[in-house]
Ligand binder design. Sequence first.
Ligand SMILES: [Zn+2]
Length: 65
Amino acid sequence: MTFADLKAQYPIAEVVARYADLKAKGSYLIGRCPFHDDRGRPNMAVFPRTNTFKSTTPRQKPWTC
Ligand SMILES: [Zn+2]
């Protein structure tokens, strides 16, 4: 099994939804990154089409995953 196969088998939105509440927003979903202890506004975007996610915390700049 390749990494691409693995990614295809586990849609990112389903996996992330186990750890964070996601809300649909157009073609992507938003929520709070489970890797960051940020109680502010949603700081993570999940992109089902590319099976990727991105997060950022404005208050703690070095954290971006
Ligand atoms: Zn993050």
